[in-house]
Write a protein that binds this ligand. Structure first.
Ligand code: GLY
Ligand code: MN
Length: 442
């Protein structure tokens, strides 16, 4: 099992300490233990750790359960595989790494699981040692603190399954997802470095997109160029890449990426790299011909003006989305701004102005409280005029500081004339076009 370098390991241990303090403050009358669930392998996807498990442990391993007494020991439970898992997968289980993570012991979950991999569908027998541990806690009148929400679906499945297997557990479970969300929301220096690096990679991928958009290419060529940059940079995609051209630009999360690039159309490129699990999210809209038409340019400028207006007023104390505070709510203010320019915002700007970003692209964090220093947010106004096949979104990622925000993705130009110049300067010429070998040739 790979663990992070020492300084990050220390940061993870510290996070768990802070979480325990928060639990004690929030539930002073309640004693008990915590448990954490790691993600599972899925045949169609590369393994990707659950974000909360990643935050507290950083172990790149599936199907683990961790049991932590509030003021006592932490035990890692692993499936009892019938074969040596390391024959199949690059797992490297080193117990000395685990002690640095303040994990005191390793035990098997229960009876043998056939093979080297597992889904979340354990039987009570395969979990029997873990079940016994929890049962003992319940018998002693203790509570179990765990994240019931804001975890990957398969982790939630395991929690629900445990409730079926252990009578009385459901009544004694306390959801600490809101406490974890508050911790995850404020980013440390190290997290900020990863977020910035994910944004740098995303900026490079936008440049690759800008350089390959032209009428004889396909949306798929653009996606391939983007994801080549992600892969080559040691990143993965934080979400399915959106490359929507022509009428597809008006579908907010168009991810088919199978269409042509119509000469007179626009292309919405909404992409984000995930580097070391930290995500980015940057959208640009390009004219296929390299030049915006007069009408496209007018709508584009309205979207850009909205983004600049919101970025200019975003600071601690303002809310991302809180209808009860309309004068301080960036979402409400952005809608008002575009309504004043004559748009039917309900229909033509049907999404929010932004969201938190972190270990998940739509990260955890309450929208009831105002933004605060240490938050990472996006600002992403858009206009979608279906009848005209004009879809435009401009999105950047920002770090909230004490008196404003700092853009982490400013490397991609966004003024219309700068976008046009950028496309020209970034253009891949066919003879040196490294992205168009093999199956992409058409
Ligand atoms: N970039 C995708 C989204 O924010 O929904
Ligand atoms: Mn976004």
């Amino acid at each position: 099992m790979d663990v992070m370098p020492m300084n990050e390991t220390g940061e993870r241990v510290e996070r768990r300490r802070t979480l325990v303090e928060l639990i004690k403050e929030t539930y002073p009358e309640k004693t008990g233990s915590l448990f954490f669930v790691s993600a599972f392998e899925q045949e169609r996807h590369q393994f990707y750790q659950d974000s909360t498990f990643e935050y507290f442990f950083g172990l790149q391993e599936s199907a683990l359960l961790i049991y932590q007494e509030i003021d006592g020991k932490t035990v890692l439970f692993e499936p009892n595989y019938s074969v040596d898992r390391s024959v199949w997968l690059p797992v490297n289980f080193d117990e000395s790494d685990l002690s640095e993570l303040a994990i005191d012991a390793v035990e098997k979950l229960g009876q043998t699981i056939k093979g080297y991999s597992t889904g979340p569908f354990f039987t009570p027998e395969q979990l029997e040692n873990f079940i016994k541990k929890i049962q003992d806690q319940l018998d002693a009148g203790h509570f179990i603190f765990t994240a019931l929400t804001d975890i990957f679906p398969e982790c939630a499945w395991v929690v629900n399954q445990l409730c079926v297997f252990i009578p009385g557990l459901k009544e004694q479970l306390i959801d600490i997802a809101p406490l974890i969300a508050e911790l995850r929301r404020t980013k440390s220096q190290k997290e900020l470095e990863y977020l910035y690096h994910a944004s740098e990679i995303t900026v490079m991928a936008q440049q690759a997109a800008a350089g390959i958009i032209r009428k004889d290419n396909l949306e798929a060529d653009v996606q391939a160029a983007i994801e080549y940059v992600f892969t080559e940079s040691g990143a993965t995609r934080a979400f399915a890449s959106v490359v929507g051209a022509g009428k597809n630009s008006t579908t907010l999360h168009y991810v088919d990426n199978k269409g042509p690039l119509p000469e007179k159309g626009l292309v919405v490129v909404d992409i984000g790299a995930s580097f070391n699990h930290y995500c980015s999210d940057v959208t640009r809209t390009y004219p296929v011909s390299g030049i915006f038409s007069e009408r496209q340019r007018k709508v584009y400028q309205d979207v850009l003006d909205t983004q600049e207006y919101i970025a200019g007023i975003a600071k601690p104390g303002m809310f991302m989305r809180n209808k009860n505070e309309p004068d301080k709510c960036l979402n409400t203010l952005s809608k008002k701004f575009l309504a004043q320019r004559g748009y039917n915002v309900e229909k033509e700007f049907p999404h929010g102005i932004g969201h938190y970003v972190g270990l998940d692209v739509h990260d955890v964090g309450s929208y009831e409280t105002p933004i605060q220093a240490g938050d990472i947010i996006t600002i992403e106004p858009g206009l979608y005029l279906k009848d005209e096949e004009i879809g435009i979104r401009i999105e950047d990622i920002y770090w909230v500081i004490k008196d404003g925000i700092v853009c982490l993705s400013e490397g991609v130009p966004k003024k219309p004339e700068e976008v046009q110049k950028y496309m020209k300067e970034s253009r891949f010429e066919d003879e040196s076009d490294s992205y168009r070998a093999g199956p992409n040739e058409h």
